[in-house]
Ligand binder design. Sequence first.
Ligand SMILES: C[S@@+](CC[C@H](N)C(=O)[O-])C[C@H]1O[C@@H](n2cnc3c(N)ncnc32)[C@H](O)[C@@H]1O
Ligand code: FES
Length: 450
Amino acid sequence: MEPFRQHLFVCTQAKPEGVTSCPGNGSLRILQALERELAAHGLEREVQVTTSGCLGLCDDGPVMIVYPEGVWYRKVSEQDVPEIVSSHLQERRIVARLAWRDAPAMKAEATDHHERYRAMLKAKDEAGVLPDDINEMIRAFMPSRAVLTALELNIFTAVGRGTSAENVAREIHADPRATEMLLNALVSLNLLEKRDATFFKTLRSARFLSEDSLDNARPALMHIAHLWNRWSTLTDCVRAGTSSAGGRSEEDGVAAFIAAMDHNARERTAGVVNTIGKNGIRHMLDLGGGSSAYSIALARAMPELKSEILDLGEVIPLTQEYVRKAGLGERISTRVGDMLHDPLGENYDLILVSAICHMFSAEENRALFQRIYKALAHHGRVVVQDFILEPSKTAPRQAALFSLNMLVGTKAGASYSEPEFANWLNAAGFSDVRRVHLPGPSGLMIGTRI
Ligand SMILES: C[S@@+](CC[C@H](N)C(=O)[O-])C[C@H]1O[C@@H](n2cnc3c(N)ncnc32)[C@H](O)[C@@H]1O
Ligand code: FES
C-alpha cells in the first residue's frame, strides 16, 4: 500500500570518475529542482522523492521512475522538472517525450549493464586489485589537505566575485602556477567553478568558506587545519602512548579552538536545553565553558538562571567577549581556574561538563566527578556531554576516531564508553544515572545528587 499519492525514485548512484552515471549527468541538480517545484505546487506532502542506486540504464541517465504509474523517464534535465511536476504529478499527463516505454529494450540494457558490472568486479577481484573503498579511505587526505590549504590561504575570500588564478595568486602572495593548480583541484571538488579562465565560488563555498558571509566557518575550520599537524604525529603517538606535542601548543590558536567549539555547539545547544528542561535551575556551573555557548542557550531559556563559567586563564578573555556579545554579562560570570585542582564552589543546581572528559585520563575523570558531586546542591544534576562509545569502543566511528584526536593532542585523553561514564558517576555517589541520546555524534550522561 503506497502511503503517498505518487513516489519518485531518482538515481543518484555515484560512480568512479570517467564512468557514466546519473549524478555525473546532473541528477543531483534534478533533486534540487524537484524540491523547488514540488514546494511551488504545494505537493511536498503528497509526492515522496527517494534517491535510488543504479537502475542499470546509466547511458540513458539521469533516470527517474514515477510510481504508482511505473513510468520511467530518461535523459531528464533540470529544465524538464517543471514540466514533469505540472504535467505528470499534478495533471496526471505523462511527459511522452521523456518517457521510455520500450520495456524489452530497457530490460535488455539493464541486464546487460548488470552482467558487465559483475564481470568487472570479478576481473578486479581475480587481479587482486585493492577494493575501491579501501583505496579511497587511504587517499582521503588529498581532498582534505587541498581544502585546508585553501582555507589557510583564504582562497575563497580571494576569489571574490570571480577572478583569474593570477589575481588570486597576487592577492594571497603565492606562486601563480601553483595557485592555479590548487584552484583547478577545488573545481574538481565542487568548491569552485571555472568558466573560461575565471574562477567563481559555488553557492556553498560562498556561504560557508568566505569571509564576506555571515555563515563563514573559516575561523572555526582553522582549528581543523591545526589538527592536521598533530595528526601527522599519530604514528609516533601510538608508539609512545601519548601526545608527542604535550597538549595544546601556541600555534594551535586558542581563538580558533574556541571558535570551533562554538561552531560545534550551534547544532547541539537545542538538544541540551530540551533535555535539561526549563525549570528549577537557578545557579549553574559550566565547567570549561569555552565560548559559553551552552550557558548562553540555557540562560536564554531560563530567565532566572545565573551561570558561572570556570575555564583556563588563556580562554576566559575570549569567553567574556562571547558573553558580552550575547548581552548576558549580568547573568553569566566567569572565573579563571583549573577544574582538576581548584575549588569548584558549592550548591549548584546544575553542573555542565560539556566536551571535557575526553581531555582527561580515566583516573582524572573519576576524581573530577567526586568533586562535582560535592559541589552540587541536593537534587542537583550533573550533565555530561561528550562522544560516547559503545561498550566495545569500536563505534560510533566518529567517537572512535576522536579518541585518536585526543591521543595526538593530550597527555592521556580519549573517548570513553557509556559503562565508563556510568561507573565514574555511580562511584561518585550519583543516583538515577542515565544516558540521553541526541541527534549527531555526541550524547549526554546525567546523574542526580540525592
Ligand atoms: C573542548 S572545549 C569545550 C568547551 C565547551 N564546554 C563546549 O562544549 O563548547 C574544553 C574547554 O575546557 C577548558 N579546559 C581544559 N582544561 C581545563 C582545566 N583543567 N580547567 C578548566 N578548564 C579547562 C578549555 O580551555 C576549553 O575551553
Ligand atoms: S547510474 Fe543511474 S542508472 Fe546507472
